[in-house]
Design a protein around this ligand. Structure first.
Ligand code: FAD
Length: 509
């Protein structure tokens, strides 16, 4: 993936078959579907791939146990099938994870046990493993960090876990391998219309400020929570409502095991996950309706207090504010319905064709990105499917594909590209707490279109999300390596560092 080369391709291409606006899960899924079916595809993102919600999820590839409660069986079934597919096409990024719902009274044993048996039944042949009722001893052995008082046992089930931003980068690379073109830091400005039909877009390079008129036969809007501006421009009645989900990251000593804990009902009736994530523990999430639609959602002290207190109800080592290594928030794009609380709005997706012929993919989940892409392209090609090949994305291995990955290896998510990373620079870690090598930094710039210090520390290596203060400590070291590789001057390095340190202050306490 080379941005300069892609900008040249942009200038050389007269008409694309498809432009996808937005490089999150949804846009990447649609672009890959289009490219694999033989379309000439361009995907653009105003910032970086997965800059929005798609790097800020709970990192579960799941059917969504909590959606059963809302009776969303159709969504759960679709998602469970996709879970199986994603594990098959990207086994280096998606792993099985054991979850336990701790049980403190026998009614809950019955209610959650039955619920998860239904989850198994819905999964059918796509199951990740059976739900088990386990006793007190087994539950406490699997979750030694959990408060044992009053514990009766647990309901154990299996789901999928992944690294969202790394999956997005792998998708972008796969799109390019399939002949598509992805360009980050290229923002949509407006549609170019003829006879009230969109024939292309005006886009602006946010790095060098150059503008481009880009023509295309089809256009997809996949800008997630940022879709309202585009929906207003096309005079749509449909709107995106937004709900903020906050996560905290703690040291692994708070959950010293490989099993995740699922709290089915917090103090205000939500679901809470406490999940091992690399050498850390991820706690989330909240579900608070908000109108503050920002690329960097501000941390909320209420959300942090809520998560600490609800997780603390289950943890022997009580997490305090100063234990939080990182806090991050993401915004859920929910298709607007009647005046329901956002936690009851369906997480299913919705395709909308506006009068100017633009296709908008709204809502959805990370887990169903591939299916959403398939449905969107199927809709675009409705009468022309004979000109293009059948969908292949259910079988297509993503870049890095590797069977039997070692999930203990800090480079496992690069799969079979690990050797390239090791050949590009020093293999020792620049940090004592999180693995970050010079090779990873150079690989991100050379092969993953990382343009800024933030791209590297946030989405290529995840350090900001794992430990914000460590990311700030590493910033000068990383930017110097970047400056050398990209032949940038000290002024550029300082600007990058200052910008990143300011941004990172929203991620630490
Ligand atoms: C807290 C939280 C936890 C979640 N956990 C899970 C989970 O565990 N599992 C799961 O399956 N799902 C989960 N989800 C849902 C999932 O993360 C989202 O559905 C998904 O990431 C949305 O992807 P998207 O591509 O639609 O939006 P985004 O990821 O926000 O992508 C939109 C992109 O559009 C770009 N953009 C915006 N404006 C422009 C413009 N003018 N020009 C060009 N580009 C533009 C942005 O930069 C952004 O990259 C979670 C969501 C939240 C909020």
């Amino acid at each position: 993936m080379n941005r300069d080369e892609n900008l040249i391709k942009l200038g050389e291409t007269e008409v694309w078959d498809l432009i996808v606006i937005g490089g999150g899960a949804t846009g990447l899924g649609a672009a890959l579907e289009g490219a694999t079916r033989g379309m000439k595809v361009l995907l653009i993102d105003k910032f970086d791939f997965a800059k929005g919600t798609s790097s800020r999820s709970t990192k579960l590839i799941h059917g969504g146990v909590r959606y059963l409660r809302n009776g969303d069986f159709k969504l759960v079934r679709k998602a469970l099938k996709e879970r199986h597919t994603l594990k098959k096409i990207a086994p280096h990024i998606v792993n099985n994870r054991d979850f336990i719902i701790p049980i403190y009274n026998w009614i809950d044993f019955f209610v959650y046990g039955i619920g998860l048996k239904i989850y198994d039944l819905i999964a059918g042949k796509y199951s990740f493993g059976p739900t088990l009722f386990i006793g007190r001893k087994k539950t406490s052995e699997a979750l030694p960090g959990m408060i044992q008082k009053g514990l009766k046992g647990g309901v154990q089930y299996q789901d999928g876990q992944f690294d969202d931003a790394r999956f997005a980068i792998s998708l972008a690379k796969t799109i390019e391998e399939q002949g598509g073109v992805c360009i980050n830091y290229l923002g949509f400005e407006s549609f170019i219309e003829q006879d009230k039909k969109a024939q292309g877009i005006l886009a602006k390079d946010t790095l060098n400020k150059q503008s481009y008129h880009i023509r295309s036969k089809h256009i997809i809007n996949a800008t997630g929570v940022f879709s309202n501006t585009i929906l207003e421009a096309v005079k749509s009645d449909i709107k995106i409502r937004t709900s903020r989900g906050t996560h905290l990251v703690l040291d692994r000593s708070f959950l010293p095991s490989d099993t995740a804990l699922m709290v089915p009902k917090t103090s205000d009736g939500r679901v809470l996950f406490i999940i091992p994530w690399r050498q850390h523990v991820l706690i989330g999430t909240t579900d608070i309706e908000t109108e503050d639609i920002a690329f960097e959602p501000k941390k909320s002290q209420n959300d942090i207090a809520f998560l600490l207190s609800n997780a603390g109800n289950y943890m022997k080592k009580q997490p305090q504010l100063e234990d939080v290594k990182s806090v991050y928030s993401g915004l859920r794009p929910l298709v607007s319905a009647a005046k329901k609380n956002t936690k009851y709005l369906s997480r299913d997706h919705f395709l909308l064709q506006s009068q100017n012929d633009v296709l908008h993919i709204l809502g959805g989940k990370w887990t169903t990105y591939r299916l959403m892409g398939e449905e969107a392209i199927e809709k675009l090609l409705a009468h022309k499917t004979h000109q293009y090949s059948q969908s292949k994305t259910q079988q297509l291995h993503l870049i890095g594909y590797q069977t039997h990955p070692n999930f203990e290896d800090p480079l496992h998510m690069y799969g079979d590209k690990k050797k390239i990373i090791e050949s590009l620079g020093a293999t020792t870690s620049l940090s004592q707490t999180i693995f970050l090598s010079e090779g990873m930094i150079i690989y991100a710039m050379k092969h993953e279109m990382a343009c800024t210090l933030e791209d590297i520390l946030s989405r290529r290596t995840r350090i900001l999300f794992l430990n914000a203060r460590e990311a700030i400590r590493l910033a000068p070291i990383v930017v110097e390596i970047m400056g050398g590789f990209l032949q940038k001057d000290k002024k550029w390095e300082k600007e990058q560092r200052d910008f990143f340190i300011h941004l990172a202050s929203n991620y630490h306490i």
